[in-house]
Every structure is written in structure tokens, then in C-alpha cells.
Design a protein around this ligand. Structure first.
Ligand SMILES: [Zn+2]
Length: 260
């Protein structure tokens, strides 16, 4: 804490509107406009998730980026318990539905749907998407994706899912201009800090929240490895600790009035 942009999140008049809690790895709980959103439901087996964060009062919307176990590990169990609207790529939603998820809302890349007041656009990710069945076999789960979520009030957040950097991140910037980007930086299974720094150049968000690092020893990338390049671009790297909750302010990103 202490960076001006984070101070303004906390002090801004609308700072309580969106609150983000990192549950470790790529899993985030977001509270906005009275709704609870869970991105990439990997909780019980997630070694980074604090025990006191493993229960939910409710889940209104669940977004799944792809079918790997470290992203959908608890999707079925949490769907049965909380009956959220579940967003995922078509094939993954079909699989979740077969396993007992009731309210799936499948979509595909380039599409946008409004769910519980959120405008959710599915975008590309450069990664695999196999689903591991209980017997260890891998089945086709569609493709890995990211999401641009537009909250009531206009704040846009990009959760990249698991991905390498790809040139079309430039299109994500031009079309959606997300102010906040959650980017994997751990290396080995996703891009590392070198590639994430290049992603910052393409996306130019105001704030980057690093994810998918430190969970296992091989995920070696760290936020500090990204900081210099990001800060040179005027992008704040907002490092979170597992279980930590931080506000994101819509007011912070309101267009500045032009002085003539
Ligand atoms: Zn992963």
C-alpha cells in the first residue's frame, strides 16, 4: 500500500463499489454491486488459499477460464452448493453441466453477455484446455480464454486466464481498454515476467494485478520482476497477498475533464 493509485482506491468516494480478494493462483473473489463473482474456482486444493477464505456466503457468478484442474478444481462442488451462473467456453460448460452444474451460460470468443449486471466479453488466451477426468484421462475442453468484465459504473477488468503474451492483446486494448489487468507471471506453464512486461506494453492498463506465481516452486516469476518495465510505462503493479482484499474504485478511472 502507499502508491497514490491505491490510496485513491481507498479514499475515493466510490471506493467500496468493487472489492477484490486474491485467493491465490488465478482465483479471485470480487464483490461488486451486491454480487459475488468467483473467477477460476480452485479453492480446497489450492495451497495458496487461506483456510478462512475457503467458504463462501454466496456465489452469484462463476467465470472459468479453462479446464485445467488448478482453475476449475472446485467448480462442480461450488456450483452444487451455491447455484451460480457459470460462464465458460461452450465445451467446458457442457462438461460442467454433465457433472451437475445447473446454470451454465456458455459462450465463445468475441461474444459478450450480460450476467447479473456484468458485461462479460470472452477473449483469446494462448494456452491448452484439457479437462482431467477422475480416472486421469484428459478430455477436450474447448479452448482456454480470458475475460473482460465491465462492472456497473464502467470499470473494466481483464482476467487473462493462463496464457502466453500474444499480439492480439493490442486488440483487447483498442476495443475494450481495460483499466485493470490480472496477468499470469509465474513462468513455466504461462508467461513469465519478461512476457508479462511485453503484455503491459500491448495492454497499457492503469493497474496490473500479478497472478499464477509462487503456488509451486516452478512458478518462479515475481511481481518485482515486472515492476520496473511496468512503472516506466506508468502502470502500477498491485501486488496482493493471498486472502488480501483491496478496493478498486470506478471514480479513480473516471475520465479527467479537459482544461481548455
Ligand atoms: Zn494454471
Amino acid at each position: 500500500m502507499g502508491h497514490p493509485i491505491e490510496k485513491e482506491f481507498e479514499e475515493g468516494a466510490m471506493s467500496k463499489e468493487i472489492e477484490v480478494t486474491w485467493l491465490g493462483h488465478s482465483t479471485f473473489r470480487i464483490e461488486a454491486a451486491g454480487k459475488t463473482i468467483l473467477i477460476d474456482p480452485w479453492v480446497m486444493g489450492n495451497p495458496m488459499c487461506p483456510d478462512n477464505q475457503k467458504k463462501f456466503d454466496k456465489i452469484d457468478v462463476m467465470l472459468c477460464t479453462h479446464g485445467n484442474g488448478d482453475h476449475i478444481g472446485d467448480a462442480v462442488a461450488l456450483c452444487k452448493r451455491h447455484q451460480p451462473k457459470v460462464i465458460g467456453i461452450f465445451e467446458l460448460c457442457m462438461w460442467l453441466g454433465k457433472k451437475g452444474a445447473k446454470n451454465t451460460s456458455p459462450m465463445n470468443k468475441g461474444g459478450t453477455q450480460t450476467v447479473e449486471g456484468l458485461r462479460v466479453t470472452m477473449v483469446h488466451a494462448d494456452h491448452s484446455c484439457g479437462i482431467q477426468e477422475d480416472d486421469g484421462s484428459i478430455i477436450y475442453g474447448g479452448e482456454a480464454v480470458g475475460y473482460v468484465i465491465e462492472f456497473p459504473g464502467g470499470l473494466k477488468l481483464y482476467h487473462a486466464g493462463d496464457t502466453n503474451v500474444f499480439g492480439d492483446m493490442h486488440i483487447i486494448r483498442e476495443l475494450y481498454a481495460p483499466e485493470v489487468a490480472m496477468l499470469p507471471i509465474g513462468d513455466h506453464f504461462t508467461m513469465g515476467p519478461r512476457e508479462a512486461a511485453y503484455a503491459c506494453q500491448l495492454l497499457r492498463p492503469k493497474v496490473v494485478i500479478p497472478m499464477h506465481f509462487g503456488t509451486f516452486p516452478m512458478l518462479t516469476g515475481r511481481p518485482k520482476d515486472l515492476e520496473k518495465v511496468a512503472e516506466d510505462l506508468g502502470i502500477h503493479v498491485m501486488e496482493m497477498k493471498p486472502g488480501e482484499r483491496k478496493p478498486l474504485s470506478v471514480a479513480q478511472f473516471a475520465p479527467v475533464a479537459k482544461v481548455s
